[in-house]
Design a protein around this ligand. Structure first.
Ligand code: ATP
Ligand code: MG
Length: 646
């Protein structure tokens, strides 16, 4: 792939960055040679009630346990709010940009403090205690951040369920972690449309008898059904309690939150993160990866329903005293320029989004971007999937006007924070590569027998030692934790992703190993073939899977979405096959191409290749867990139009 295009560190960025090339080399080496000393020092970046004396106790074998800073005590909400009051009480903590472009507001750290304390008191008043689970099912409104921090303040464990999930998915997640308290709103707003959150929560709670209270934010003012005694209005409750709530003293290893993974590869797992190590790691990565400087406006477009929203909208930025933007809407409403209008309106300096958003905006051409200024932008980020070089270049040249480095951050719900990424002042970028490991992270590439491969190579991506942000267990199922992550390759954390390491030591994520295709004995990552297809000027998006093939073992089945205005023809089909053959080689030429107006994606925008594999193999009766699909009708359409009707 585009190994040969290289974007060196920009001198003007390196000059002011926290970490330049030399510092990266020095600190990385320290962090690997003496992790206890390195993290023992870094842990001091947050405030401890009782300082830790023990840094790390980890075993990746046997029972598997992971502990960091484990004799220290602290409170996450005190770190994200209270400790900034003296120095930046009047600084904006959160900028809220509504779905409606006419609606926005600024919340200072002082105001944030009052809101969090009041809500924490509401939780206590209604019986929520340390260790209890609270389910949050809210739109992207400031109350979502207040709710997370209020839980952290009283020591309750939050479990956020993305507002786009159905009543059934919500019910499953409430029941799985046995939560008795749900926070929702009357309705959500997305792209001008109302989402009936309270009605969904009512249905979910009807099947989750453990729930005692539903706290409801009045957001749109829409009508809602009401269950007396169970339902509580947020605005009434917070007015009824004091604005003073001392933070609970938590052990570093007390749970902070549970978050279910997005379900790309199977049934979602209840990932459990704890208090001290998570916060150290989230705040440190936020500062260095985005090179966040005091006073800058930082915008991550994720939803708080995903881990990206947890670590890089709320916990990391607020622990660092940053100004973080929360956007309620979608990139295409009221029009396709919305992201860039918001950037101009709030003078955003750092912008962090997903390849799926970039690809969908790219489909519409440069015009909608170029009519905005974007001159405030300094750093761009990408997360969630491999970013195709084509999309990377568009992001860099069109959105960033060639001025802003792109940090392509590879990580997972399980990792709590970013593990492989460029640091903008230290690591030059190659489009499509997540580049190099963050401090303390030791990626290893192993073959299918678990043997570590050296140098330039390709295989299964594992991490050989722990970092503070690592998940501690699957909630209520430690055995599943051990099985899923530590049993495939003994002694390593297995990420489930495949990767290639090039001659410069750069990492290229090739997709999930379950998605690897084996054509006539040649193993191929899906990312590479997809990137070749997307590089064609008429292709907007592509998903590639293997399907049973008599001669080759597996054939290559490509689902292709064309750019706006393009129509599918037999000629174009041939052209695409020839194109891939030229870009990668004959071995990668697609055997079948299905025109797909839409692709099955998770609610977080990731392509669910496991479903596409089933469709390609004509096994559409056993699609597996589809509860996290964004739009189930896409699947019906794909089944009807599948290519190999045999
Ligand atoms: P599930 O684990 O339930 O199947 P999921 O893996 O999609 O869901 P997440 O934890 O949200 O849930 O996503 C992590 C995965 O996303 C990574 O394992 C990787 O496959 C992909 N990913 C994230 N960021 C990047 C990136 N910068 N480059 C390549 N892949 C990425
Ligand atoms: Mg995963």
């Amino acid at each position: 792939m585009s190994d040969n295009s290289f974007f060196p560190v920009k001198p003007e960025i390196a000059k002011t960055a926290y970490v330049d090339e030399a510092a990266y080399a020095r600190l990385y080496e320290q962090s690997i040679n003496d992790p206890e000393a390195f993290w023992g020092e870094q842990g001091k970046r947050i405030d401890w009630i009782k300082p830790y004396s023990k840094v790390k106790d980890v075993s990746y074998t046997g029972d598997v346990h992971i502990k960091w800073f484990y004799d220290g005590t602290l409170n996450v909400s005190a770190n994200c709010v209270d400790r900034h009051l003296a120095t930046r009480g009047d600084q904006t903590a959160i900028i809220f940009e509504g779905d409606d472009p006419g609606v926005s507001k600024h919340i200072t750290y002082k105001e944030l403090h009052e809101q969090v304390c009041r809500l924490a008191n509401v939780l206590k008043k209604n019986g929520v205690k340390k260790g209890d689970r609270v389910t949050i099912y809210l739109p992207m409104i400031p109350e979502a951040a207040y709710a997370m921090l209020a839980c952290a303040r009283v020591g309750a464990i939050h479990s956020i369920v993305f507002g786009g999930f159905s009543p059934d998915s919500l019910k499953d997640r409430i029941v799985d972690c046995d939560s008795h308290f749900v926070i929702t709103s009357d309705e959500g707003l997305r792209g001008g449309r109302k989402v009936p959150l309270k009605a969904n929560a009512d249905k979910a709670v009807a099947a989750a008898p453990g729930v005692q209270h539903v706290l409801v934010v009045k957001h749109t003012g829409g009508n809602v059904a009401w269950t007396e005694g169970r339902d509580l209005w947020y605005h009434e409750e917070i007015a009824s309690v004091s604005a003073d709530c001392p933070p609970e003293e938590m052990s570093a290893e007390d749970p902070l939150f549970i978050l279910y993974t997005s379900g790309s590869t199977g049934k979602p797992k209840g990932v459990l993160h704890t208090t001290g190590g998570y916060l150290v790691y989230a705040s440190m990565t936020h500062q260095y990866v985005f090179d966040y400087k005091d006073g800058e406006v930082y915008w991550c477009t994720a939803d708080v329903g995903w881990v990206t929203g947890h670590s890089y909208i709320v916990y990391g930025p607020l622990a660092n005293g940053a100004t973080t933007l929360m956007f309620e809407g979608v990139p295409t409403y009221p029009d396709i320029s919305r992201f860039w209008q918001v950037v101009d309106k709030h003078k955003v300096n750092i912008f962090y989004t997903a390849p799926t958003a970039i690809r969908s905006l790219m489909r519409e051409g440069e015009g909608p971007v170029k009519k905005t200024s974007r001159s405030s932008l300094r750093i761009l980020g990408s997360v969630g999937e491999p970013i195709n070089p084509e999309a990377w270049l568009w992001y860099y040249n069109v959105v960033g006007d060639g001025r802003c480095p792109i940090v392509d951050t590879w990580w997972q719900t399980e990792t709590g924070g970013i593990l492989i990424t460029p640091l903008p002042g230290a690591i030059g970028q190659k489009p499509g590569s997540a580049t190099k490991p963050f401090f303390g992270v030791k990626p290893v590439v192993v073959d299918n027998d678990g043997k570590e491969l050296e140098g330039e190579t390709e295989g299964n991506l594992c991490i050989s030692d722990s970092w503070p942000g690592q998940m501690r267990t699957v909630f209520g199922d430690h055995e599943r934790f051990v099985q899923t992550y530590f049993s495939t390759f003994a002694g390593y954390y297995f990420t489930g992703d495949g990767c290639r390491r090039d001659a410069d030591g750069y990492y290229w994520i090739t997709g999930r190993v379950d998605d690897v295709i084996n054509v006539s004995g040649h193993r191929m990552g899906t990312a590479e073939v997809e990137s070749a297809l997307v590089a064609h000027p008429k292709v907007a998006e592509a998903a590639v899977v293997g399907y049973p093939h008599d001669l080759k073992g597996q054939g290559i089945y490509a689902y292709v979405t064309l750019n706006a205005g393009e129509s599918p023809t037999e000629e174009l089909r041939k052209e695409l096959v020839a194109w891939v053959r030229k870009e990668i080689g004959p071995i990668a030429s697609p055997d079948l191409i299905q025109w797909s107006p839409g692709l099955p994606k998770t609610r977080s925008g990731k392509i669910m290749r496991r479903i596409l594999r089933k469709i390609a193999a004509n096994e559409h009766d056993s699609l597996g867990d589809t509860s996290t699909l964004a739009d189930p009708t896409v699947v019906t359409d794909l089944i009807e139009n599948r290519m190999n009707n045999a």
